[in-house]
Design a protein around this ligand. Structure first.
Ligand code: HEC
Ligand code: HEC
Length: 431
């Protein structure tokens, strides 16, 4: 890359590519005998490489500047459950990086979310691969029920200057979630631009990254590429049976309900997925609720928002950024009994006048998660803002402060009818 972003580990990753054969060949903890081997054979019958490129609707380009042997894997379009995910991302043959964008293969659908997870300002590129002929079922306020064999990809990109998010890009990692018969499984791929590919990398990495932030300020992130076993810290929930399972987090109707340009101008994503034939059971689009659109924050100063808007925006921000741990079915944050999922209507579990559980420290003399009317006294704000490792929230996934998110939380709490939390009676739900 020709930009100023620090890249320290190209050679190390390449070396790793060689040492990772074991993992890719099925000796990993979860690569073996996890279920029927229906995925790969079914999908590999679909097309040759050339057919795939010719038949794709909008974003496909099968040619490209990638070096090495990506063509080798390009008839394979899915993950063999017995072998696990391949060692090189190119072997899935789902996307190619052209240096400034992805071109996606047939049956791969890019998407965006209304509200997103903050990860040190990284830009995210998300896409869903649906096995040919398979269908997903719409679910209200839950992750869409994706068919076995689905692969969701999320790539992390830094622009040298985030005010110009389309140029001078450094693609860092592509994370994959694969729908096995029982649950989702997570596979982290780290890009090696000399190799022209991303390599399955289980042990993670901490990488210093410098860039100019969206506000024009120079930022230095200590960016975390998670270890494979850290994926579950955020992606695990309890299912209906109380079993701990891996899950996808983002693709819920209220976050998908927005426009995206698939090549022919902006269209509603849910409608597009319906038209593509793989999403079933969705109600009329205009009856589906939409989460707050985070893009508005860039153009709309918080001071100009109504309190109603601030509340909606903050609740959705907390839902995406915190509630995958802090919800009643969460695993990692359950001990706190703090539930900030957007639809939680119980003030105490939302944190109003709630004293942290015994494990909870790091409030620096603050007593309650939320003190209505007083953001400064609220642990929720403090822990979202601090970089102190013992206290910071989320505990992984950021090394910088997200001022916009903090600003929302502050405006939301400061705008609540003041309450010093000293009264005995339970507090009413804030507006
Ligand atoms: C700090 C918590 C956190 C960690 C660690 C984490 N994720 Fe995620 N991930 C999220 C959240 C929140 C979303 C949904 C919001 C978004 O896409 O911005 C998400 C979304 C995704 C998606 C898109 C589909 C979905 O579930 O929404 C994929 C794929 C994914 N993660 C894979 C991984 C893999 C693989 C790892 C481990 C290398 C990992 N994630 C580690 C929090 C995390
Ligand atoms: C990866 C999982 C995870 C994520 C994401 C996460 N937390 Fe936490 N949180 C925890 C755990 C575990 C605890 C309990 C241990 C502790 O207090 O450090 C906790 C405790 C807390 C507490 C103390 C609550 C109490 O009553 O005990 C607050 C406040 C808090 N988190 C706020 C947040 C906010 C705000 C976010 C989002 C910006 C967030 N957390 C994201 C795991 C998480």
């Amino acid at each position: 890359m020709k930009n100023s972003i620090a890249r320290t580990t190209g050679a190390a990753v390449a070396a790793l590519a060689l040492s990772l054969n074991l993992v890719a060949c099925g000796d990993s903890d979860d690569g073996t005998s996890e279920g029927p081997t229906t995925g790969a054979p079914e999908t590999s019958t679909s097309t040759t490489t050339d057919d795939a490129s010719a038949g794709a609707s909008s974003t496909t380009t099968a040619t490209g500047s990638s070096t090495g042997e990506p063509e080798l894997g390009c008839e394979f379009q899915g993950v063999d459950f017995e072998l696990g995910a391949p060692q090189l991302l190119s072997e899935m043959c789902l996307l190619e990086w052209t240096g400034d964008q992805f071109s996606y293969k047939e049956n791969v659908y890019p998407y965006e979310l209304n509200t997103v997870l903050f990860s040190d300002f990284a830009l995210k590129r998300r896409a869903i691969y649906i096995p040919p002929g398979a269908t997903a079922t719409y679910r209200d306020n839950e992750v869409i029920d994706f068919p076995v064999g689905t692969i969701i990809l999320k790539s992390f990109v830094f622009a040298a200057d985030m005010r110009e998010p389309d140029v001078n890009l450094d693609l860092i990692e592509t994370r994959a979630l694969v729908r096995y018969p029982e649950e989702w499984k997570a596979y982290p791929y780290v890009w090696d631009h000399e190799l022209g590919d991303a390599v399955l990398t289980v042990q993670g990495e901490i990488r210093p990254i410098e860039f100019i932030g969206p506000d024009g300020i120079m930022r230095e992130a200590t960016y975390l590429i998670p270890q494979k076993n850290q994926c579950q810290e955020c992606h695990e929930i309890k299912d209906e049976m109380g079993e701990t399972v891996m899950t996808a987090i983002g693709p819920r109707p209220r976050y998908l309900n927005r426009a995206y340009d698939f090549g022919d101008g902006p269209v509603n994503q849910i409608a597009h997925f319906q038209d593509a034939g793989w999403l079933e059971g969705a109600p009329a689009i205009d009856s589906i609720p939409a989460a707050w659109d985070h893009r508005e924050l860039a153009d709309t100063p918080i001071e100009s928002m109504s309190y109603e808007e601030i509340t909606a925006a903050t609740r959705d921000y907390l839902d995406i950024n915190c509630a995958y741990c802090h919800n009643p079915r969460g695993v990692n944050g359950i001990s706190s009994q703090l539930f900030v999922n957007w639809d939680n209507e119980d003030p105490f579990h939302l944190g109003i006048c709630k004293k942290p559980g015994s494990a909870g420290k790091g409030g620096e003399n603050r007593e309650y998660d939320i003190v209505p009317g007083d953001a400064e006294a609220s642990i929720l704000v403090y822990r979202s803002e601090t970089l102190d490792l013992g206290a910071m929230m989320p505990l992984i996934g950021r090394s910088l402060v997200h001022e916009d998110g903090i600003g929302l939380m502050r405006a939301w709490i400061d705008g609540m009818p003041p309450d010093d939390c000293k009264a005995d009676e339970p507090d009413p739900m804030p507006p």
